[in-house]
Design a protein around this ligand. Structure first.
Ligand code: AN0
Ligand code: CP
Length: 312
């Protein structure tokens, strides 16, 4: 594996899940990262990704340097050929080239602006990191994907040992416009398993076809919940009416009553979660969300280990 920015970068999801679980059982078995450095660059906030990826790197013997570039760095220019006589002081080309002189693997978190579909889905920032970095790049959530989260989610589902689980991805309410990265990525990865996956969302919240292809979309949330083994909830802004929060008449908050329609289904969410908006307290408090968060560590660890193995 060179970079890790989507499911296209891996050979086999089931074997990555299996290796992740082996590392989870014995996190200190390999110190392949000794004398290597991981750089983590954040344009946006993070709790889990930042801490779990650092912990994973420490488990492998790596050193870690972290920078909140949006807050602590110079203003970055992203346009090629820009005449930089305005507010930006450092070109992305120079910044990334320099950071990659200090590290052996470079992680980046960059959210979409949710203004232009074309711009966000072209993954401008992530691709510039890939272009200008002299070392492998891992996504810590990009404009349209969150592969480390999805790998942790697959590991979590696998731990429940349900054959051909029925997995339902459900849209849930939220006051602010959020990216489509988590649900896009979840669909991309869950399709690589034997799970029977359904998506439920209000009309207007369908995701890009490249992700929903082959996935039944049901607009009635209660109907979709019937017999589900896992309910994966997430809010996202509209893809069709790009970046907008649409008026939704029905109540899409996940409640205990809705969870009772499932096959004693487990509630999943990537966190952070707005309690009693996305899901009620009792749903969250009886869920597997902390197990998911814990699995971010072994997911990051298996990815770092694979990259170190492949790149010497
Ligand atoms: C982000 C999102 O929806 O993509 C990060 C989730 C891991 N969530 C928020 O901004 C609340
Ligand atoms: N789930 C997740 O990526 O959380 P953070 O945004 O806190 O890293």
């Amino acid at each position: 594996m060179k970079h890790f920015t989507s499911a296209n970068d891996i050979e086999s999801a089931p074997s990555l899940v299996e290796e992740g679980l082996i590392l989870k059982a014995d996190p200190h078995q390999s110190k392949i990262g000794t004398n290597k450095t991981l750089g983590l660059i954040f344009f946006n906030p993070s709790l889990r990704t930042r801490l779990s990826t650092q912990k994973a790197a420490f488990n492998l013997g790596m050193n870690v340097i972290v920078m909140n570039i949006g807050k602590d760095g110079w203003n970055i220019e992203f346009e090629d050929g820009a005449v930089m006589n305005g507010a930006t002081q450092e070109h992305i080309k120079d910044g990334v080239a320099v950071i990659s002189e200090y590290v052996d693997i470079l992680g980046v978190r960059t959210f979409p602006e949710l203004k232009s579909k074309e711009k966000d889905y072209s993954e401008q920032v992530l691709n510039k990191f890939k272009e200008y970095s002299s070392v492998p790049v891992i996504s810590l959530e990009s404009a349209t994907l969150h592969p480390l989260q999805s790998l942790a989610d697959l590991i979590t589902i696998e731990q429940h040992l349900i054959k051909r689980p029925k997995v339902v991805l459900t849209w849930a309410p939220h006051p602010k416009a959020l990216p489509q990265a988590v649900p896009n990525s979840f669909l991309e990865w869950i399709k690589l398993t034997d799970a029977d996956v359904t998506m439920t969302c209000p009309e207007g919240y369908e995701l890009a076809e490249e992700f929903t292809e082959g996935v039944p979309i049901v607009n009635d949330q209660n109907e979709a919940f019937a017999d589900a083994d896992f309910i994966y909830a997430k809010n996202w802004s509209s893809y069709t009416h790009y970046g907008q929060v649409l008026d939704v008449r029905e109540d899409w908050t996940i409640t205990q009553e809705k969870m009772r329609l499932t096959n004693r289904g487990k509630f999943m969410h990537c966190l952070p979660i707005r309690r009693n908006v996305v899901a009620t307290d009792d749903v969250i408090d009886n869920s597997i969300v902390y197990q998911q968060a814990k699995n971010r560590e072994c997911a990051a660890q298996v990815v770092l280990k694979k990259i170190l193995e492949a790149n010497g």
